[in-house]
Design a protein around this ligand. Structure first.
Ligand code: GDP
Length: 371
């Protein structure tokens, strides 16, 4: 478009003329903004108001489906802090017979004591469960530039004579990874790498030259709406996004006790013996403990003050919580995942009846313990 602005939410070219077409944003909402976003992304972020599936999503699918039609290497990036939330379910149909290198990013967020072999085994297990074959799994921190060398080696070994497509949901760290990779590739070649933008039809992919003679292609990150991070305001996002190693917090709970993770999630321990539950969430997110019988009252009185986020900037939709009931099996450490917020682990061997309250639309599920 004439503006030459790209929506930082979905990667679409911003246009200011046609309201009903993808990429629309009012002119004054995007000029001279550090992070311009299209109206659709703005609404998703601030009002949880999800516009119907538009052309951009279809185009996204088209871009990805094209990968299957040619020899390519797919670098699929997932977020270790939100594995299921950042997994692209349709990946198999997109990549066809092309090999996939799975890159699990944001390893810097897991606790210092993490057993990485165990995490890798866990990932293998989850990937197999999805029915997807990957040629390798690489744990990295794109931000801290850890493990990127290994991704480079995988590209050199498996991506000869092929374009490399970097695929993943928005916010998993694709751009950060590509910048790191280009840095590594660039240094070795001592030259300037050509970066060019190909504004496709409505969604743009970004293509850069590799020393292999082929290109690395940053595909537009697919927008999701089931992660809490998709629904909160920018200010709350800063609070719920971990910046550094998570410090797990363990609470010894009796039955009929409740924990609040800010005011965005409530955990009720309904039935079972006294045992420890461990919270993995941003260190700056405050946890409050109370008796189950006092929980409704506390929520009503202190939402937005003691129990925060949500903040003023957040949509009222975050102020109504929906319940999910779970029976934790005995003998198996399990995580209850609140997509985008973190997870709660039960390591005890006795099982438990629990209930999670979370904003509407946020994916909440049980999984084998990651750590
Ligand atoms: P993209 O949308 O997939 O291209 O993701 P970006 O590269 O724009 O990154 C999304 C967010 O995740 C940004 O706030 C990054 O700073 C952050 N991020 C990227 N890589 C890492 C990482 O390795 N660790 C952590 N903690 N954050 C990361």
């Amino acid at each position: 478009s004439e503006l030459d602005l790209i929506c930082t939410g979905c990667g679409i070219g911003i246009q200011t003329e046609e309201k009903d077409r993808p990429g629309y944003a009012p002119l004054n909402s995007v000029v001279e903004r550090e992070y311009p976003v299209c109206q659709r992304c703005y609404r998703i972020k601030h009002y949880s108001d999800v516009a119907p599936v538009t052309l951009d999503n279809e185009n996204f699918r088209k871009i990805l489906s094209d990968i299957a039609k040619r020899p390519a290497l797919v670098v699929k990036v997932v977020d270790l802090f939100d594995f299921a939330g950042s997994w692209v379910k349709e990946i198999k149909q997109y990549v066809g017979k092309n090999p996939i290198v799975l890159v699990a990013n944001k390893a810097d967020l897991l606790p210092r004591s993490t057993n990485w072999d165990k995490v890798e085994t866990w990932l293998r297990h989850e990937v197999a469960k999805q029915g997807v074959e990957v040629s390798s799994i690489i744990l990295i921190s794109a931000k801290k530039r850890l493990g990127i060398e290994e991704v480079k080696t995988a590209i050199e070994a498996k991506g000869k004579d092929k374009d490399v497509y970097v695929v993943g949901t928005a916010n998993v760290g694709k751009s950060t990874l590509i910048n790191g990779l280009m840095n590594l590739f660039g240094e070795e070649n001592g030259g300037e790498l050509t970066t060019s933008r190909y504004p496709g039809t409505t969604l743009s992919t970004i293509r850069m030259d590799l020393p292999t003679g082929r290109s690395i292609i940053d595909t537009p990150g697919i927008m999701t709406t089931h992660r809490l991070t998709d629904l909160v305001s920018a200010k709350s996002l800063r609070i719920i996004t971990p910046e550094t190693y998570i410090d797990p917090k363990t609470y010894q709970l009796n039955d009929r006790q409740t924990l609040f993770l800010g005011g965005l999630c409530r955990f009720d321990y309904l039935e079972g013996p006294k045992q420890g539950f461990t919270i993995y969430a941003a260190n700056q997110l405050e946890v409050h403990r109370t008796k189950l019988e006092n929980a409704d009252n506390l929520y009503e009185k202190h939402l937005g003050t003691l129990l925060t986020p949500p903040l003023e900037q957040d949509s009222d939709l975050l102020r109504k919580l929906y319940t999910h009931s779970f029976t934790l099996k005995s003998g198996h450490p399990q995580d209850i995942v609140i997509s985008g917020l973190g997870w709660i682990t039960l390591r005890g061997r006795d099982g438990a009846q629990v209930k999670i309250h979370a904003p509407k639309g946020v994916d909440v599920h049980l999984r084998r313990a990651l750590i």
